[in-house]
Design a protein around this ligand. Structure first.
Ligand code: ADP
Length: 601
């Protein structure tokens, strides 16, 4: 059994005076014996007894000496053991055979929170409370093998619940203690703090868990990519080197060119069914490193597997495949089938061509028809004018001549017809880019007054009233006739769609811009129609109610833009319309020549 540090201290020596007193007492006893026995014992015998006593005494002294030496050695040994146990870095705790603590070194005292003096005599389970590291449940005491020779190895891990409630991860082991005869003396328990290792283990475990998670994530990413790659609705093919040796190809890619496009084979050997241009494209991308995007390639192959070759169209994108240093390793081609789109586009293109042709025929017809109409119409108007002039103003009764009235009634529709024909001719001119403008100095205000004066008859016929604001001159350089045409078209529309309400016209100068406004209070224009009415043949009214070709505003816009200006409309259905024309006083040099090249039909 190992004692506590207190029990390991050397036992107290008898004091010096006691030892000398004992010697004197022995000498006195010897003298008394000699004196008492001297009558019966001869001196020789006494000497013999004395010798015997001396011998016995010397023996006693030597065995006493030996016992003292053994005791001193044991004490030294115990002291050394005590010091060793006190100074080692591991915690050591011993119990007796009853499981009561008999010793704990300072390290054990520090970890358990028990002072040695308090712990000695306490049950081991109270001083050394161990928990299972995983479940944090108290650990059941272990039955010890009585094999003291077994080397002590730290190995079992536990959580030590200190007296203060702290939990410390430890590694511990126990060994039985027995006396030389083999009788059990108790147990020695050695343990050490492994919190650093515990932390490291935990961190390593966390690291491993993270690594595992990352691995799983990478794996699932790879699987997703693979699925994407394998099921992608586009053909993907990765080739290496200048011979374009296939590194990767997805199933769709393989079906595109049959079995030939296999991993490890060069695309050069498999181009029999491909557009020969394809190889050229791969070479180009590989050599120059510039991607080719959205190239349409026809491909003739046995797509259905029936042995019949057919042509399909593909949208091809080829990109350089680069290594870490940016060097070109090969090419990556993405190919999506666009046969349906190509066929649909071709159909639309064919339709557009047909439409273009039909429009051309229409324009040609209108151009020819308007030319053909213009000549007889002009002579008809001339004849009417001559007839008008040849007639006297009044008849025999002093009344306005009745024939003049009839001529007047014929002249108005002839004039409208003339305007229509002129419009048709203008369309042809504008479309052909032949709308020549002749710039001269014009007073816009005076021009407006003239047009208004000429329209008086129409205004009166429509039963509406004109309000004109054009007092100050607005002088600029414009084509007079074309400017008149702009005003006339806008004014005749205002009269036509103005529902007999007053029409307001004004022109004024704002800086270097002349601004013409034609405002009516008629039927108005729905917002969704306001942009398209400036296009050719576009109308926002029904033909049954209002006649017309839908050309007037288109022509106005062509003229205005040719003069470097712009036209806009503000209107609400039922609340009239306001057309505003803004023209620079001097047409800028870059003003668009009127060619009618608008995307209109
Ligand atoms: P047209 O008058 O011969 O139809 P325009 O090109 O002059 O052709 O006008 C195109 C269309 O714009 C007209 O059909 C009409 O729907 C609309 N529009 C033009 N001016 C007015 C206006 N002042 N008020 C209402 N609608 C108008």
């Amino acid at each position: 059994m190992v004692s506590s540090p207190e029990t390991l201290a050397p036992p107290p020596q008898p004091p010096l005076w006691a030892r000398y007193g004992l010697a004197l007492l022995a000498t006195g006893l010897a003298c008394a014996f000699q004196w008492l026995l001297s009558p019966w014992l001869s001196s020789a015998l006494f000497a013999g007894v004395a010798a015997l006593l001396t011998l016995v005494g010397s023996r006693l002294r030597s065995s006493l000496h030996e016992a003292r030496a053994a005791r001193a050695s044991a004490l030294a040994h115990r002291h050394a053991l005590s010091v060793s146990l006190g100074s080692i870095g591991d915690a050591v705790l011993t119990t007796d055979s009853q499981g009561l603590v008999t010793f704990l070194n300072p390290v054990a005292s520090y970890f358990t929170g028990w002072r040695a003096a308090e712990a000695v005599g306490q049950p081991l389970s109270l001083v050394l409370q161990l928990l299972d590291p995983a479940s944090r449940q108290p650990l059941a005491p272990r039955a010890l093998p009585h094999d003291e020779a077994r080397p002590i190895q730290l190995g079992r891990q536990a959580l030590l619940l200190s007296r203060g409630g702290a939990q410390l991860p430890i590694e511990h082991t126990e060994a039985p203690l027995s006396d030389p005869e083999g009788l059990p003396l108790g147990t020695v328990i050695v343990f050490r703090d492994i919190s650093a290792r515990f932390r490291e283990d935990r961190e390593r475990a966390q690291l491993l868990a993270r690594e595992h998670d990352a691995h799983l994530e990478a794996e699932s990413q790879r699987e997703r990519l693979e699925t994407l790659f394998m099921q992608a609705p586009v053909a993907i093919c990765l080739t290496r080197g200048s011979d374009h040796v296939v590194e990767l190809v997805n199933p769709l890619g393989q079906t595109l060119v049959g079995e030939h496009l296999a991993v490890g084979r060069s695309v050069r050997e498999t181009t029999s069914g491909l557009d020969p241009n394809l190889l050229h494209l791969l070479d180009e991308v590989y050599r120059k490193g510039k991607p080719i995007v959205g190239h349409e390639v026809p491909l003739r192959a046995d797509f259905s597997g029936s042995g019949q070759h057919e042509v399909k169209y593909f949208d091809l994108t080829v990109q350089p495949w680069r290594g870490h240093e940016g060097e070109i390793l090969g090419t990556m081609a993405l190919c999506a089938e666009v046969t349906e789109q190509v066929l649909a586009r071709r159909e639309v293109e064919a339709l557009a061509q047909d439409l273009q042709k039909a429009l051309q025929i229409r324009d040609d017809f209108l151009s020819v028809a308007s030319h053909e109409l213009k000549t007889p119409l002009t002579s008809l108007q001339l004849q009417l004018q001559l007839l008008w002039r040849s007639l006297p103003e009044t008849d025999a009764h002093g009344q306005p001549h009745p024939a003049r009235k009839r001529i007047e009634a014929t002249r108005r529709p002839a004039e409208r017809l003339h305007q229509l024909v002129n419009n048709l001719l203008d369309v042809s001119r504008i479309r052909a880019g032949r709308l020549a403008l002749e710039h001269e100095t014009v007073d816009f205000a005076a021009l407006l007054q003239d047009v208004v004066a000429r329209a008086e008859a129409d205004v009166a016929g429509a039963g509406c009233q004109l309000v004109l604001r054009a007092e100050s001159p607005v002088v600029g350089r414009w084509d007079r006739l074309r400017l008149e045409q702009v005003v006339t078209n806008l004014l005749s529309n205002a009269i036509k769609y103005g529902a007999s309400h007053p029409v307001e016209l004004s022109v004024l100068q704002e800086g270097s811009t002349a601004r013409l406004t034609v405002k009516d209070h008629g039927i108005g224009i729905a917002p969704e129609s306001q942009a398209r009415i400036f296009q050719r043949f576009e109308r926002a009214v029904s033909e049954r109610h209002y006649g017309g070709f839908g050309l007037g505003l288109w022509i106005v816009r062509q003229i205005v833009e040719s003069l470097g200006g712009e036209i806009r409309v503000e209107s609400l259905p039922g609340q009239g319309a306001t057309f505003t024309v803004s023209l620079p006083l001097e047409a800028p040099p870059g003003a668009r020549p009127s060619s009618g090249s608008y995307p209109t039909v």
